[in-house]
Design a binder for this molecule. Structure first.
Ligand SMILES: [Zn+2]
Length: 311
């Protein structure tokens, strides 16, 4: 069984139940009358990544059987109980990050069962994958995209060709399996990209329209839609990302805005106590650009602070 099992010239929009899970997944599947690839598009694997979710909603409204070749399946929100819970980045039933438990387990916790269902029903028969993310609660970011470099040359080149169509300054060559759907898709040999646009659990019409253009350019390259759109810039490749986390509770003061270029050894920010005494001052491990960082004043020990791409 696969979500792509629908007849030619058909569009379906349903809430699809998941075994062992209280909520249903909002899903749109559109198959054109001509042959083409099976494209899987997911959003809302993280609850508050609204730009990606709203982009999925809009795309689902505009795609019709008469306007596409092949089949496009859109899972608008992969974690629907999370979406309505306002809990940041986790499935509320078990407190796990859904994007760290792929491929999941049939007899596992709720997150693991959800991942297992996504893998078996949605990724089954997909020929390429587009995962729409944004900066969630307390996460500022600049638009960027990841392409898969975990498999063979074919997989990497096919993924990179998709990433190059995103209107962003940077694309990251992702080399590691993380338990994400994106990295597990690579393991299955499905070329894919993971996009990031918008942040701080906010969304704007402008960000959604730009995100829609990114996806339409990729669908055009995949020969799914005829219409293409202009691109302002082609992203530059980043080979390595360094992640920084807090070693104490306190107040977080980033040294610079996301997108800033930082020299090796320069401070990324400062954690201070309520009286202004510095507790931690993480320094850049290499010349880098700040791709995303914590945007909250409050920081706990172990929390994410910043992700910097080496340049
Ligand atoms: Zn995310």
């Amino acid at each position: 069984m696969s979500v792509f099992d629908i007849g030619r010239g058909t569009k379906r929009q349903n809430l699809i139940p998941v075994q062992g899970f209280e909520a249903s997944l909002p899903v749109t599947v559109v198959r054109g009358t001509e042959d083409g690839p099976n494209v899987l598009i997911t959003a809302g694997i993280h609850n508050q990544e609204y730009v990606g979710i709203e982009t999925a909603n809009r795309l689902a409204q505009e795609l019709e059987p008469s306007s596409i070749r092949g089949c496009v399946a859109i899972v608008h929100v992969c974690n629907p109980t999370g979406f309505f819970s306002f809990a940041p980045d986790v499935v509320p039933e078990d407190g796990k990050n859904l994007n760290r438990v792929f491929p999941g387990r049939n007899d596992g916790s709720v997150s693991e069962q959800l991942a297992h269902n996504l893998m078996n029903y949605y990724f089954n028969e997909a020929s390429c994958f587009i995962d729409l993310h944004s900066g969630g609660y307390c996460e500022e970011l600049i638009p960027h995209v990841y392409f898969q470099a975990m498999g063979d040359r074919y997989l990497e080149n096919a993924s990179k060709r998709m990433a190059q169509l995103v209107d962003a300054d940077y694309m990251v060559r992702a080399k590691e399996y993380t338990g994400s759907s994106f990295s597990f898709a690579a393991k299955l040999g499905i070329p894919g990209v993971l996009l990031e646009r918008g942040g701080m659990a906010a969304w704007s019409e402008n960000d959604v329209l730009t995100y829609l253009s990114d996806v339409r350019r990729i669908l055009h390259r995949l020969n799914v839609i005829s219409r293409s759109e202009p691109q302002r810039k082609v992203p530059e490749t980043i080979e390595r990302v360094d992640y920084y986390s807090a070693d104490s509770d306190g107040c977080w003061y980033p040294a610079s805005a996301v997108g800033s270029l930082i020299k090796k050894g320069m401070p990324l920010g400062s954690i201070r106590d309520f009286f202004g005494r510095e507790l931690m001052c993480p320094k850049a491990a290499a010349d880098c650009v700040v791709l995303y960082q914590a945007g909250s004043l409050a920081i706990r020990r172990g929390d994410f602070l910043a992700a910097c791409g080496d340049i």
